[in-house]
Each structure stands twice: as structure tokens, then as C-alpha cells.
Design a protein around this ligand. Structure first.
Ligand SMILES: [Zn+2]
Ligand SMILES: [Zn+2]
Length: 179
């Protein structure tokens, strides 16, 4: 597939992730749907938060489209192994949850395995309702990212965030050195 024929935001997503794959498209369509329903665009600061319930290819698309990233601290990971994504807007107080349908039928090839090319086309072109269940749940917004002072570990001499230090016998340690 010629990447240059894809929508610009999907091209950017593919560049960030490294390749075009079904997982990336699952996150791309989900994030697009959530943002559209919220009437939101990519988060520059922390006005949006995203909760993702897996750590697969799809999450990279959610980061690119929503601007909710690991580095900004507005991307939250729940290790549930589910293709489920919730994006919330601190501005409106609303959140949209997008879950890949459990009854989604993947196209299979003659060998009985998922036909990757056809699955990509399906994820790109099928209407949203055929792919996901979308809801607007009550959403508990996580606390905004905080900045703590940096202290110095008495053993390795490296700087460490105050809330991740351990004090023992009057000396301060980072977590790896405290073990
Ligand atoms: Zn991938
Ligand atoms: Zn240390």
C-alpha cells in the first residue's frame, strides 16, 4: 500500500510507529472517533487524557492523534489486554470510550489465518459502528502530572525524583540502589 495516498494524519501516525499494521489502524480509527465525539483536537498540554487498556501498536496511533503521550503524563495504561480506549476532555468534563467489537469478524485467507491486507482495508473503510462500540461513560479524571524536586542518591550519585526515594539509616537512596 502506498503510504502517500493515506490521509495526512495517518501518514504521520505510520511514520511515528514505523509501519502500517492492523493494530495501528484500530487505534487510529478509535482515537479519531473519540476526538470527533468530544469535538476536540490534539492536546498540546494536558487538556485531554487518554486511558488505554493494552500496550500494542494501537496505542501509538492514540498518542499521535490525541497528543496524550507517555512523556506528558496524560496517557494512562491499564494492563487489561483489551482494544479499548477512553479519551476525556478536562475542558468539557466529558469522556468517550471506544471498544473494538468483540464480535468483529476478521477476513481470513485460504490458510484460515487473518488476511492482513484485507483486514487493513476493513479497518480503513468499514463504518465506525461495524468496528467499535462507542459510549460516553462517567469518567474519573486522573490527577494532573506533578513535578517534584530532584534529590541525589547517596550510593550512585544520580538524581532521583523525591517521591521515588527511600531513606534508610539516615541515607537517601534511589529505588534500584535501595534493594
Ligand atoms: Zn504495528
Ligand atoms: Zn542510586
Amino acid at each position: 500500500m502506498d503510504i502517500n495516498q493515506l490521509p495526512p494524519d495517518l501518514q504521520e501516525t505510520v511514520r511515528f510507529h514505523g509501519h502500517l499494521c492492523p493494530g495501528l489502524l484500530i487505534g487510529y480509527r478509535a482515537a479519531q472517533a473519540a476526538l470527533e465525539k468530544l469535538g476536540a483536537t490534539r492536546s498540546e498540554d494536558e487538556e485531554l487524557v487518554a486511558v488505554v487498556e493494552n500496550q500494542s501498536c494501537s496505542v501509538d496511533a492514540v498518542q499521535v492523534l490525541s497528543g496524550c503521550t507517555f512523556g506528558k503524563g496524560n496517557l494512562f495504561f491499564l494492563d487489561y489486554g483489551k482494544q479499548v480506549f477512553t479519551i476525556g476532555s478536562r475542558k468539557s468534563g466529558k469522556a468517550v470510550r471506544v471498544a473494538l467489537r468483540g464480535d468483529l469478524i476478521k477476513p481470513t485467507g485460504p490458510d484460515g489465518r487473518t488476511d492482513r491486507g484485507k483486514f487493513i482495508a476493513q479497518l480503513l473503510n468499514d463504518p465506525l459502528e461495524a468496528l467499535y462500540r462507542v459510549s460516553e461513560p462517567q469518567f474519573e479524571f486522573p490527577a494532573e502530572a506533578q513535578i517534584f524536586p530532584t534529590l541525589v542518591c547517596s550510593r550512585c550519585g544520580e538524581g532521583v525524583m523525591e517521591t521515588r526515594t527511600v531513606t534508610r539509616d539516615g541515607r537517601l537512596y534511589c529505588l534500584p540502589c535501595s534493594r
